[in-house]
Ligand binder design. Structure first.
Ligand code: BES
Ligand code: MN
Ligand code: MN
Length: 467
């Protein structure tokens, strides 16, 4: 790679981004127009087409051995550039699938017609994760075009992250050699803001399941039968309400057994990040925050396990009134897990407990969906230091260290199956409306990401060769 005086490389990257600004955006817009909703089988063809498009863009950028690899579900797009086998290798992971856009009527502009308002790109997937993984393809293009790629790169972009990555474990296990790398680099998390850049060093695990309560063998007239039989909707609400105590501690026996608590120093470090409960409340339109007593907001979202209802239904939910005592009521429940909890164990604990607390007169069915294990990424590795240096240089500030509340189940799998640790180099914002209407990604974050990634490559290569 050409030798640059300090800061010259960044200036050079900035110029490239400036020159190609419009094209970098137009290409992302094409990607955002694909409705690659992995959860909804009606979009099957679109999801496959998105994989082909991503593969084409990898080829266009200059990747070799590009392949749309068939799995039991949606394909994994793979591509690589091996410049020198004695140099370190970065494995870039991302996902081209997106969450369903519902409820559609709350979008100000259609989810698959990307629109710029206020310097922000509005579209489903703008931040999670199309806008973020595409930065890596463009940064890669930039490095190849300017002969500044300092190490080997492999790309692995999957299409089932939003539905639990069920077919990814077999892919990783069957492709251990192909995926060999020194670090996994992922942009699929958030930072505090452009003014306060940060690096997430952890992700929560997940146990997701569905419960169904059945009472009478059919829906009943709520006047004729009301008062005579247990109402599954009422019972379900009572059962769910009993899962937290007044301090919002979870009441499933043994739920907290394996939770690792943080040291005072770790708590202090996390709580030193600039943050204001008042602003947080204002942004969310709530008058009070809620959660486990004894922990700050950051601690509750990043380091403590939780149990949330994600959806609940039963009986009549159409227009107007219909007097009916439902035969069934259901809910979707997620539990976010922290080190050292195991999703399998927690799912089993939930199932046993939920079945046990059901009163006579109803039956309970608990159906597990997907799970994932929590991770904490190292902060003393060469890769993490490279990320810190890259951010320091492009933002002019060292990053604050945080823990993310979301889950990317593949991260624990990379560690277990490939023995590779991850760096979470996220450029999203918590306020980007992920999984919600009006998802957005700031143009500034998109371009900043493209500028920061080559610096990560540069420092990762430099620091690796120094050790
Ligand atoms: N990118 C998110 C995870 C995320 C978001 C991590 C923000 C940290 C900060 C990812 O696409 C996601 O939504 N994951 C799911 C889990 C999956 C198994 C459905 C999640 O966290 O709900
Ligand atoms: Mn994501
Ligand atoms: Mn997501």
């Amino acid at each position: 790679m050409p030798i640059f005086a300090k800061n010259r490389f960044m200036q050079f990257i900035k110029n490239y981004v400036e020159q190609h600004k419009q094209r970098l955006l137009d290409e992302l817009f094409v990607l955002l127009r694909f409705p690659s909703i992995s959860a909804d089988p009606r979009y099957k063809e679109d999801v496959f087409k998105t994989a082909d498009f991503v593969a084409q863009k990898l080829k266009d950028a200059g990747a070799d051995n590009v392949e749309v690899v068939t799995t039991g579900g949606y394909p994994v797009v793979y591509g690589e550039k091996i410049i020198d086998s004695s140099q370190p290798t970065i494995l870039v992971y991302g996902h081209y699938d997106v969450q369903p856009p519902d409820p559609l009527e709350l979008w100000e502009t259609p989810p698959f017609e990307p629109t710029i308002r206020d310097g922000k790109i509005f579209a489903r997937g703008a931040c999670d994760d199309k806008g973020q993984f595409y930065m890596h393809i463009k940064a890669f293009e930039l490095m190849l075009q300017t002969n500044s790629l300092p190490c080997n790169v492999k790309f692995m972009i999957e299409g089932e992250e939003e539905v639990g990555s069920d077919n990814l474990a077999p892919f990783v296990i069957e492709n251990k050699d192909r995926l060999k790398a020194d670090v996994v680099l992922i942009s699929d998390t958030a930072m505090l803001s452009l003014e306060t850049p940060s690096l997430e060093t952890g992700l929560r695990g997940l146990s997701y399941l569905e419960v169904e309560i059945t009472g009478p063998n059919r829906d009943l007239h709520s006047g004729v039968y009301g008062g005579a039989v247990a109402n599954p909707a009422t019972i379900l609400c009572q059962m769910i309400a009993s899962l937290h105590d007044k301090n919002n501690h979870i009441l499933i026996p043994n739920f907290y057994d394996d939770v690792l608590s943080l040291s005072e120093e770790e708590r202090e470090l996390l709580n030193s990040a600039p943050y204001d409960d008042e602003e947080y409340k204002k942004d969310l339109g709530v008058s009070e925050l809620w959660g486990e007593k004894g922990y700050t907001t950051f601690e509750r979202t990043g380091t403590r396990p939780t149990l949330e209802v994600n959806g609940i239904w039963g009986g009549y939910i159409g227009e107007g009134a219909k007097t009916v005592l439902p035969s069934k009521a259901s809910a979707k429940i997620s539990m976010r897990l922290v080190p050292n909890q195991s999703s399998e164990k927690i799912t089993a604990l939930f199932k046993t407990h939920f079945e046990k607390i059901a009163p006579a007169g109803v039956t309970v069915k608990v159906t597990p969906h997907h799970g994932g294990e929590p991770v904490v990424t190292p902060t003393d590795s060469v890769a993490f230091k490279a990320a810190q240096k890259a951010i320091e240089e492009s933002f002019g500030k060292s990053p604050v260290i945080t823990r993310g509340g979301g889950s990317i189940p593949i991260v624990a799998l990379f560690e277990k199956e490939l023995g590779i640790k991850t760096v979470l180099l996220g450029f999203g914002l918590d306020s980007d409306n992920l999984h919600s209407p009006n998802e957005k990604y700031d143009l500034a974050n998109y371009y900043k990401g493209i500028e920061t990634i080559p610096l990560f490559h540069k420092y990762f290569a430099e620091l690796s060769s120094a050790t």
